[in-house]
Ligand binder design. Structure first.
Ligand code: FES
Length: 582
């Protein structure tokens, strides 16, 4: 299958030559300083200079091995005749950064965009892993539109506790609920902790990190097969080296993110997300990346493209297995092939390899049908993200059907409202809380502006009095996000958010809420007049930050329904070199 892409002529002058070509005082200034690292003169002769944008950090443990992996990327770049330069960039760990890593995705993207544009980089290897690192670097690369390739660090090996698979995050929620329900001791929980993170790498479930690695591959921004290779498998290092080789040719061809991340590529990624049972966080991140590259992608596209996609990857949190088994089964190429056979893939979409996505996957084989299951054994026929709308969410809210309880997908119940996360924490364990399993738990002020940063608290734990009855799921609604490793009948990203004066802000205890996923409806039983009166009387629950990045974020962040990017960062600003200050 041929592509429409025409490679640029080579040789030609690259942007790094703005710094290094000729013998002017400025050139000697730029080049001479680089030579203090022992680089020979001929490396500045116009060959592609490749920035390895490395999100390694000791405090981003999921990316803790990326310095070693970077050496393999470098080897590939040298082999292909490029000049690798490793550049540390902003790294926000999902498990460590407070108040939530999501608040810093846009800050990372902003700083990395300028890191690329302001320096002599002709192409970029995006060395990423943990949840926010992947979208932030893709957003930056899209805004600069220089040739870029994603290399993820890969997932951890399987965890096992007393013979059972333990999935990152997924079992943290499960065990913690079991302790609350009196079914597991605190000592056992501590013993289980030791089994959760067996090796280097990202979460081993189909959480947000694995989802975003899969999204990068489905978009065509990573080499085929990249997403699933375990962090410690030797093939991960091979993938890094091959990607290093490939980026050099991409620079020569001038194969840019805007050539690859077309509307069709995003539609492929959305369908892929349904097939893998991917994280709801992918919704926000892909909307944001699309906004940077200038593709008009909306929540409606998510609902339209995902509607009839069956979830065929049997991985936690929706299924049984983990990323290690997904890799052994054949990984994402098998899923993309299945989508193509079902007419659910734009086969001609271009990838970083220079080939079409179909050419990359058409000959792969599924090695384990328990892990990547046949269609008649799909985890759900409706694997896509459901986008709900109604007077409670005029701009939309999302729910992941494959992680929800089928019996709750059409539900009507009495609202039990928590005004913010502190209110939730103060009340949830109270035996006098007026709640049972038929109620709808409503959490406010956890959106992009409200938390601030839109924390992963939407899968709020159930009250112990309900858990003790053996109930494990209830309908929960919020403007928050949910970890990709989590599960439950959880409505997320309700927009507009409460802190921006959306209808969620004025829901009260006792309101009757109706959720109808098959009909995509989210409704509160109050009249238009009552809603208008409540909204007119509404005041923000919290003061906005007065200074610092929190102020910038709260002032400029957009709604979750458009990707929660900062308003002034949307779009592609290119990579033109500014004035030299010397
Ligand atoms: Fe970093 Fe899951 S917390 S990958």
């Amino acid at each position: 299958m041929s592509t429409n892409f025409t490679p640029a002529p080579w040789p030609r002058r690259l942007r790094s030559q703005e710094w290094y070509a000729g013998n002017s005082r400025d050139t000697i200034y730029h080049r001479g300083w680089m030579k203090n690292q022992g680089y020979p003169h001929d490396l500045f002769d116009g060959r592609p200079i490749i920035g390895i944008l490395n999100t390694w950090s000791d405090l981003t443990p999921c990316n803790g091995h990326l310095r070693e992996l970077s050496e393999k990327v470098k080897a590939g770049i040298w082999e292909a005749g490029g000049f690798p330069v490793e550049v540390p960039v902003f790294s926000a760990s999902e498990n460590t950064f407070r108040p939530t890593a999501m608040m810093f995705r846009n800050l990372a993207a902003l700083s990395i965009e300028e890191t690329i544009r302001g320096q002599p980089i002709d192409g970029a290897v995006l060395l990423v892993g943990c949840d926010k690192t992947t979208p932030s670097l893709m957003m930056a690369a899209a805004s600069c539109d220089i040739p870029s390739i994603v290399v993820t660090g890969g997932p951890m090996l399987n965890g096992y506790f007393r013979g059972e698979r333990v999935g990152s995050g997924t079992h943290l929620w499960k065990f913690s609920e079991a302790v609350k329900a009196g079914e597991m001791t605190q000592e056992d929980f501590l013993e289980a902790e030791q089994s959760m993170s067996r090796s280097s790498g990202t979460c081993n479930t189909m959480g947000t990190a694995s989802t975003m690695a899969s999204m990068a591959e489905a978009l065509g921004m990573a080499l085929s097969g990249n997403a699933a290779i375990p962090a410690v498998d030797s093939r991960r290092r091979v993938m890094a080296q091959l990607s290093g080789r490939r980026i050099v040719q991409m620079v020569k061809d001038d194969l840019k993110p805007s050539d690859i991340m077309t509307k069709e590529a995003f539609e492929n990624a959305i369908r892929c997300n349904g097939a893998i049972g991917g994280s709801t966080n992918a919704v926000i991140h892909l909307l944001a990346v699309a906004g940077r590259v200038g593709v008009d992608l909306t929540l409606d596209d998510w609902d339209r493209c995902g509607r009839d996609v069956a979830t065929i990857v049997n991985l936690m949190p929706s299924g049984e297995y983990l990323m290690e088994e997904f890799f052994y089964a054949g990984g994402l190429p098998v899923v993309l092939k299945r989508l193509g056979e079902g007419d659910q893939l734009h086969k001609e979409a271009l990838t970083v390899s220079g080939e079409t996505i179909w050419d990359e996957v058409k000959d792969v084989v599924n090695h384990n049908e328990d892990v990547i299951v046949p269609l008649d054994k799909a985890l759900t026929d409706q694997g896509g993200i459901a986008v709900l709308k109604g007077n409670l969410a005029p701009n939309g809210a999302v729910l992941k059907p494959s992680a929800a309880s089928p019996n709750l997908l059409q539900h009507r119940g009495r609202a039990v409202v928590f005004e913010d996360i502190d209110d939730y924490k103060a009340k949830i364990n109270d035996p006098d809380l007026d709640i049972d399993e038929t109620c709808v738990m409503v959490l406010k002020n956890c959106g992009p502006k409200g938390y601030p940063g839109m924390a992963e608290v939407g899968n709020m734990g159930l009250p112990p009095k309900v858990l003790k009855k053996g109930i494990t799921d209830m309908v929960r609604i919020s403007d928050a996000r949910m970890s990709g490793t989590a599960y439950g009948t959880v409505v997320l990203h309700t927009s507009p958010e409460a802190a921006a004066g959306g209808p969620l802000a004025v829901i009260r205890d006792g309101d009757m809420i109706e959720m109808d996923v098959p009909n995509r409806r989210l409704h509160v039983d109050i009249s238009e007049e009552e809603m208008a009166a409540r909204l007119a009387a509404w005041h923000p629950a919290h003061e906005q930050a007065g200074s610092g990045y929190a102020w910038l974020h709260q002032t400029h962040v957009q709604g979750a329904d458009t990707g929660a990017d900062l308003d002034f960062l949307k779009g592609c600003r290119g990579n033109a070199v500014g004035k030299d200050s010397h």
